[in-house]
Every structure is written in structure tokens, then in C-alpha cells.
Design a binder for this molecule. Structure first.
Ligand code: HEC
Ligand code: HEC
Length: 249
């Protein structure tokens, strides 16, 4: 008899505790890598309604302020994502437990970056670094993404990671091609379009080119960012971030 009761008690204990303190059942998947995975899941599953930066749309509320209407603990938020909010359009998601924790780690990071991670750097020093490192040479919308407004709304930890570790997540639209022609010329650049007969790309100077596949002896898609890792001090990185979130570049 006791054997049957014991597991029930063990099962309920943490749930009750979780209502009293969010520290009891806190997120077990909360490393930087979990937050990156959570950001990816959030973009594909939640951004339609809650916006990519979590600040909400007409279809779903802001999740980036750190204050929630329906729950306060991690456990409560977990239940909302798993089961949805009956009577509203917020659906339940059949994600694994780990995936839900990762999404929540990302959501929590949004408010942490809003509340605590204020920029400490100097935007004008950042502007000078942006020039001397040639960042603008790529960030023109063709060879690299235009920065400006879209970057201003991103969490700082994501921007910092984009600069210190550009290869972590490279969207396919930034993949490059590497090719050689029959007459020995080497080609490279950002791959723009491809069909059975030809490839269109932007060469490193930003010129649009089309090459016929029949002219190529070698053709390879490089799934990597052309962005080099930069050797920056923490202070320089902060200055660059201050410049980026100013919306000026
Ligand atoms: C179809 C639109 C839609 C999608 C997709 C969606 N949500 Fe929601 N979500 C809502 C709406 C609407 C509410 C507010 C419901 C209410 O309180 O009336 C909400 C509420 C929430 C809340 C509670 C907010 C609070 O203040 O208490 C959380 C947390 C949440 N959503 C997380 C997520 C996550 C994580 C995902 C993706 C895995 C997601 N939502 C996907 C529409 C959506
Ligand atoms: C050789 C070209 C190149 C140079 C030079 C370059 N970038 Fe990039 N950068 C890219 C490309 C392409 C991407 C998109 C692919 C990726 O994620 O790396 C990118 C991504 C980024 C992102 C993420 C943008 C987003 O929308 O999330 C930031 C921030 C960024 N770069 C900042 C910088 C800064 C600051 C410098 C100078 C210190 C710099 N880049 C130099 C090509 C470049």
C-alpha cells in the first residue's frame, strides 16, 4: 500500500513548491546554446503571433517584458506552451520537454537583455571601429544583411554572438558559391539564384553576375558566413554594440 502512495506524493511535491517559488522547478536547459536553439524554435513556431523579437503583434501579446499575465513561474509558462490557453488562440505545442525549456530560456533572455543588458559602450567609438574593420563593406543588403532597424530590435546576446562567432547560425540566403571555369578562372561570391543551367551570384565587389553551368569545371556551395571572426576586446565589442543598437549603420 505504501509503495503505491509514495510516488504520488513525490510527484505532487515539486508542483506545489513551484507555485510558491519559481526557483524550485527552474529551467534545466538554460545555456547559451539552449537559448540559441530556443530562438530558432521561437522563430519557426511562435513568431507569427508574438513577433520574432517577442514584442508581440495584433495576434499575440508581448513576451519580452518579463511580466506575464497568465503565469509567473517557469513551471506555469511551461504548462502554457505545452497545453495552450483554452478559450484563446494560443495553441498547445507538441514540442519535447527539452524544446519547451529552450524556448522559455529564449523568452526569459529577452527580458533580461531588456532590463539588465543595457549598452555600456560608446556609439561614436563604435562607429569608428565599424569603419576601420570594414563592416560596412559587406553590410549593404547584398553581400551581407543591412543592419539598421532590424538589428536595433535584436537581443544584445544575439548580436554579440553574431560578431564573435559568425558561423553559429547562417541562413541559406547568405551561403556562397565557389567555382572554377574551363579557362581556369576562380569564381566566388554570394549565391543568389540557381536553375538547371545557370547560377546568379554577387561577386565580392557587389557586382551581379550570371554564369552558365556548362562553363564550370567545379562548383561548390559553401554553407558558411563570409564574415571573418574579429579580434576585438570586450570594450571594443561593447562600443560596436552601442553603435549597432543606435540604429545608425
Ligand atoms: C496563433 C497565435 C499564437 C501562436 C502561434 C503562439 N501564441 Fe502564445 N499566445 C497567443 C495569444 C493570443 C496569447 C494571449 C492569450 C490570452 O491571454 O488571452 C498568447 C499567450 C502566450 C503566453 C502567456 C503570456 C502571458 O502574458 O501570460 C505565453 C508564455 C506564450 N503565449 C508563449 C508562446 C510560445 C512559446 C509560442 C510558440 C511555441 C506561442 N506562444 C505561439 C497567440 C499565439
Ligand atoms: C565579408 C563580409 C562581412 C564583413 C566584413 C562583416 N560582416 Fe557581419 N555579416 C556578414 C554576413 C553575410 C552576415 C549574415 C550571415 C551570418 O550570420 O554570419 C553577417 C551578420 C552580421 C550580424 C548579424 C545580423 C543579423 O541580422 O542578425 C551582425 C550584427 C554583424 N554581421 C556585424 C558585423 C560587424 C560589427 C562587422 C565588423 C566588425 C561585420 N559584421 C563585418 C558579412 C560580413
Amino acid at each position: 500500500m505504501l509503495r503505491q502512495i509514495a510516488p504520488v506524493v513525490l510527484f505532487f511535491a515539486p508542483v506545489v513548491a513551484a507555485q510558491e517559488s519559481s526557483a524550485i522547478l527552474s529551467n534545466p536547459f538554460n545555456t547559451p546554446a539552449d537559448r540559441i536553439e530556443g530562438a530558432r524554435l521561437f522563430r519557426s513556431q511562435c513568431a507569427n503571433c508574438h513577433a520574432e523579437d517577442g514584442r508581440g503583434t495584433s495576434a499575440g501579446p508581448d513576451l519580452s517584458s518579463g511580466a506575464f499575465k497568465r503565469a509567473s513561474s517557469d513551471e506555469g509558462l511551461f504548462q502554457i506552451v505545452a497545453k495552450g490557453l483554452p478559450g484563446t488562440v494560443m495553441p498547445g505545442f507538441s514540442l519535447s520537454g527539452r524544446e519547451i525549456w529552450q524556448v522559455l530560456a529564449f523568452i526569459r533572455s529577452l527580458s533580461i537583455s531588456r532590463a539588465r543588458e543595457t549598452v555600456t559602450g560608446d556609439a561614436s567609438r563604435g562607429a569608428a571601429l565599424f569603419r576601420t574593420h570594414g563592416c560596412g563593406g559587406c553590410h549593404d543588403g547584398l553581400l551581407g544583411p543591412a543592419l539598421g532597424e532590424s538589428v536595433r530590435r535584436k537581443p544584445l546576446f544575439e548580436l554579440r554572438r553574431s560578431i564573435t562567432d559568425p558561423q553559429v547560425e547562417v541562413e541559406s540566403r547568405w551561403w556562397r558559391l565557389r567555382a572554377a571555369t574551363h579557362d581556369g578562372a576562380a569564381l566566388s561570391g554570394r549565391r543568389l539564384n540557381e536553375d538547371t543551367h545557370s547560377v546568379q551570384y554577387a561577386d565580392p565587389s557587389g557586382r551581379l553576375r550570371t554564369v552558365s553551368k556548362a562553363d564550370l569545371t567545379q562548383y561548390e556551395i559553401v554553407r558558411k558566413s563570409p564574415m571573418p571572426p574579429f579580434d576585438l576586446t570586450d570594450g571594443e565589442l561593447d562600443d560596436l554594440l552601442a553603435y549597432l543598437v543606435s540604429g545608425a549603420p
